[in-house]
Design a protein around this ligand. Structure first.
Ligand code: NAP
Length: 282
């Protein structure tokens, strides 16, 4: 569909954005459905986030995705939040309806759908270890807790953020058991054997966690290490966990499923999932 004066524009707001797969996925999906829409990536510095959101209204931008580092800082500039975004305290999707901006998050749903696709027999009532307590970890931890996890353990560098996540999970979801764990190799190595699911939510390979993997194990085949990163395909942490007998997957399918759910929020139409998967290189 050629672009014209009626083309609806969607943006990705983040920094950095140049390696993002979102424009390829969304533009591929618009094309497949013959929609007069376009999706561009916009690099937004932290100090410009308010201007970017106000600008969405001024320019009638139809919607946006939000990524690192703005998922929490956009919230004060939006007109309303979905119950999911309110609960998690994070926004990855904004929809502009006649100048009213609503923020929602599809990260948790994207994670859970990708988990179920990877492990068809995944049972919700399990023990999960979150490594990290940032925006992505929060969305995933809420999804697991809302779906009926038995226990969610939060391991994080800063105690205040780790404890905060653990406490709000207990306050805002049906979860009955949660605790905070420092990122210390001995404590982590002792905890790993009783975790069915380990969600690695740090943006880099943390030496203390590598040491914990080396100390811990052997792991069981039904223990899943889910690395939220997807570059490289098999991260060093995934390889370490697999070498000790456990199962591991990366975050590419989560990225695709959160995009699928965003696309459906943007357009109100079922997303062409296979097109989006192909565009993301799955
Ligand atoms: P974030 O909000 O910036 O969180 C960063 C986390 O890293 C926090 O827990 C922070 O701990 C920790 N951290 C930072 N520097 C550290 C250090 N030097 N030592 C120990 N811990 C440190 O990031 P995010 O949005 O949660 O993203 C996390 C990862 O998930 C990224 O790699 C991102 O690409 C990926 N992700 C993937 C998807 C997907 O769809 N697959 C979606 C979202 C994110 P403190 O609390 O102590 O600062």
């Amino acid at each position: 569909m050629p672009l014209d004066a009626r083309t609806k524009l969607f943006l990705l707001l983040g920094n950095p954005v140049e390696h993002s797969l979102s424009p390829a996925m969304h533009n591929g999906a618009f094309e497949a459905l013959g929609l007069n829409c376009a999706y561009l990536a916009a690099q937004v510095e932290k100090e410009n986030i308010e201007a970017a959101i106000t600008g969405m209204k001024a320019l009638s931008i139809a919607g946006a995705n939000v990524t690192i580092p703005h998922k929490e800082t956009v919230i004060p500039y939006l007109d309303s939040l979905s119950p999911e975004a309110q609960q998690v305290g994070s926004v990855n999707t904004i929809i502009n309806r006649y100048g009213h901006l609503t923020g929602t998050t599809t990260d948790g749903e994207g994670f859970y759908l990708s988990l179920q696709k990877y492990k068809a027999n995944y049972e919700p009532g399990q023990t999960a270890l979150m490594v990290g307590a940032g925006g992505a970890a929060r969305a995933v931890a809420f999804a697991l807790a809302n779906k009926g996890a038995r226990e969610v353990i939060v391991a994080n560098r800063s105690e205040s953020k780790g404890l905060e996540l653990s406490n709000i999970l207990l306050e805002r979801t049906p979860l009955q058991k949660s605790l905070y764990l420092p990122l210390d190799k001995k404590g982590l190595a002792e905890t790993l054997p009783r975790c069915d699911l380990i969600v690695y939510s740090l943006p880099f390979n943390l030496p203390e966690f590598k040491e914990a993997l080396a100390l811990g194990g052997p792991f069981k085949k039904n223990q899943l290490f889910f690395d939220l990163r997807y570059k490289p395909d098999r991260t060093e942490m995934m390889a370490l966990f697999q070498e000790k007998g456990g199962d591991a997957c990366n975050g590419l399918a989560m990225l695709i499923w959160q995009a699928v759910k965003s696309f459906e929020t943007f357009t109100g139409q079922a997303a062409p999932v296979e097109v989006m998967q192909r565009k993301a290189g799955l």
